[in-house]
Design a protein around this ligand. Structure first.
Ligand code: KDG
Ligand code: MG
Length: 402
């Protein structure tokens, strides 16, 4: 089989997505997600100008060789733009491979290690009462694990809390908005949030929380310690992770499990975090971390150190990435949990898919390949619109991590 064509579909059904379609001389095609929130066209250009012309004539079964060709062969390597572009190609090739062999992708990755993929979803509220309602609502929908975020008194527009009654969506059209941040107010508030949520929902529900890179290691250590009585499933991205050894300090002080890595793009970003066992869950996602080929290797490396996966799954990762994550998640032994922030009904219509939610677990479905398609005619009705993630400043105006 040979690749005959490769092109991008850029659309915005409620939010921007960049999708790669690779066609072959057999008539089969595969889809890959190339969405990098707020920097979509950089990846589109990298693919169109530099990658797609090199794919024509290659055998889509050669996922390892194509991956090395795009990674080592470029000389310039790593970084979110490059690794998202490589991921799009890699995932599309796995999709073709599954279709050609008439089997779901999970069968090519080891088969099923479990009956379903446990997912967590997002609960949020402007105050604690609303946050508790939201957690309970998701429990009644069948979720076994829920991430709780809440407005912090005295802090305008806290991370993860929707504005104006709309579902929470991180990227906004127009230029980047600015939000204000106070570490002191946050650290004083969050333990009371989880004290009340835990009291309301009992011991069995898995509760998670995303700090979104906003603390220093010693502040994160204090937070982790103060949350210990409420037995969180994890404390996510407690601080920016460029300084991997910062996590050693957090670890020394708290038994609250730690997850990080949604902004990572290769195993080298997490190398020390994993081999020193400074984290419990690695969140690097398939779309930003070089595709199924590299995510599988990263998961296997993490397995040696009893680190599990907890792949990023926000709405800026398209249904193609969600499907890929479910195929990999059901296959690997050290799967931990999968994030599931549901896409809008319109996004789901543009990307018809086989995966489904049932009683707290998701299943990738048994269709050959990934089990996701794109309705190109519908996608064309929703053209790309520039959008950005917000930025954050401390109360004195200093730019800080959003
Ligand atoms: O594009 C950024 C979002 O994906 C991110 O803010 C969401 O932190 C996030 C999460 O855990 O889902
Ligand atoms: Mg996060």
């Amino acid at each position: 089989m040979k690749i005959t064509a490769a092109r991008l579909i850029v659309c915005s059904p409620d939010r921007n997505f960049v999708t790669l379609k690779i066609e072959t001389d057999s008539g089969l095609y595969g889809l890959g997600d190339a969405t990098l929130n707020g920097r979509e066209l950089a990846v589109a250009s990298y693919l169109t100008e530099h990658v797609l012309p090199c794919l024509i004539g290659r055998d889509p079964f050669d996922t390892e060789d194509v991956w090395q060709y795009l990674y080592r062969g470029a000389y310039w390597r790593r970084g979110p733009v490059t690794m998202t572009a490589i991921a799009a190609v890699d995932v599309a090739l796995w999709d073709i491979k599954g279709k050609a062999l008439n089997t779901p992708v999970y069968n090519l990755l080891g088969g099923k290690s479990r009956g379903g993929v446990m997912v967590y979803t997002h609960a949020n509220g402007r105050d604690i009462a609303e946050a508790i309602d939201s957690v309970q609502q998701h429990i009644s929908e069948g979720y076994l694990a829920v991430r709780a975020q809440c407005g912090v008194p005295g802090v305008e527009s806290s991370y993860g809390v929707p504005k104006g009654g709309k579902p929470y969506e991180p990227a906004e059209r127009g230029l980047p908005s600015e939000s204000l941040w106070s570490t002191e107010k946050y650290l004083n508030f969050v333990p009371s949030l989880f004290e009340q949520v835990r009291m309301a929902v009992g011991k069995d529900v898995h509760l998670l929380h995303d700090v979104h890179h906003r603390l220093t290691p010693i502040e994160a250590a204090r937070l982790g310690k103060s949350l210990e009585p409420y037995h969180l499933f994890w404390m996510e991205d407690p601080c920016p992770a460029e300084l991997q050894e910062g996590f050693e300090l957090i670890r020394r002080h708290t038994t609250t499990p730690i997850a990080t890595g949604e902004v990572f793009n290769s195993v080298w970003d997490a190398h020390d975090l994993i081999r020193r066992q400074w984290i419990d869950y690695i969140r690097m996602t398939i779309v930003h971390g070089g595709g199924i080929t590299h995510a599988k290797k990263t998961a296997d490396f993490a397995a040696l150190y009893q680190v599990k996966t907890g792949f990023h799954g926000a709405t800026d990762l398209s249904p193609v990435t969600m499907a890929a994550a479910l195929h990999l998640g059901i296959a690997i032994h050290n799967f931990g949990i999968q994030e599931h922030m549901a896409h809008s009904a319109l996004t789901d219509e543009v990307f018809p898919h086989q995966y489904r939610f049932d009683g707290g677990y998701m299943h990738p479905g048994d269709a050959p390949g990934l089990g996701v398609d794109i309705d190109e005619a519908l996608a064309a009705k929703f053209p790309y619109q520039r959008a950005y993630l917000p930025i954050a400043r401390k109360l004195d105006g200093t730019l800080t991590d959003w």
